[in-house]
Design a protein. Structure first.
Length: 206
């Protein structure tokens, strides 16, 4: 039974909570392989318990690794309570560790309520996939199960998180979004929300 709960990417420890995701992005790494950056396969045979997540986190030397990123082969806010409890454990046990969540920004729709404020004080940074400046293109590229409601929801989530005092970075993937004017429009969206834009490279799975 595969249980790759935590794994290393460069200088950070990543946490793999679930396979579930309400999006089926055309550029998603999990379309191309079973793992990333030479990791063990990330498809989970079952979702790990909170105790298993914490036990896996404690196998790492947190004097060496200074960042923990909740990002696996599913959307981490599908398991919001487990995510927040594991992050709170990290902050209590290893207060110098920076906690980031890589997310599609659809936590409110997934959990049926406003959730951005829940991250304040526990999560240092939310990295939210914006992907495009155009709602129709977002539907075509990200294919969210929530349909047209998704694009506005992720922006509201970002704005709420900024108001709650959480750092918000919104991302587009450089290969699909190479047009400078489009990137500028994405940057303007981020600026209006109080977030910053990061254009990240497309890196296929290994």
């Amino acid at each position: 039974m595969n249980m790759t709960i935590t794994y290393q990417v460069k200088s950070a420890v990543y946490v793999n909570l679930t396979n579930r995701c309400p999006c089926a992005c055309t550029f998603c790494l999990r379309n191309n392989g079973a793992g990333v950056y030479g990791s063990d396969p990330l498809w989970l045979a079952r979702e790990p318990t909170l105790a298993e997540v914490i036990a896996s986190l404690e196998t790492w030397d947190w004097t060496t690794f200074r960042e923990c990123v909740f990002c696996g082969y599913g959307e981490p806010t599908e398991r919001l309570d487990t995510l927040l409890a594991a992050a709170a454990h990290l902050k209590a046990a290893h207060p110098g560790v920076r906690v980031r969540v890589n997310t599609n920004g659809l936590s409110d729709l997934i959990n049926g309520r406003p959730t951005a404020a829940d991250f304040a004080g526990t999560v240092d940074c939310l990295s939210i996939s914006l992907n495009t400046d155009d709602p129709d293109e977002y539907l075509a590229v990200c294919r969210p199960t929530f349909g047209a409601a998704a694009y506005g929801a992720l922006q509201r989530f970002a704005a709420d998180a900024v108001r709650a005092g959480v750092e918000v970075v919104m991302t587009v993937v450089g290969e699909p979004v190479t047009d400078a004017a489009k990137q500028a429009r994405c940057r303007a969206i981020c600026r209006a929300l109080g977030a910053t834009l990061r254009v990240r490279p497309y890196e296929p799975a290994t």
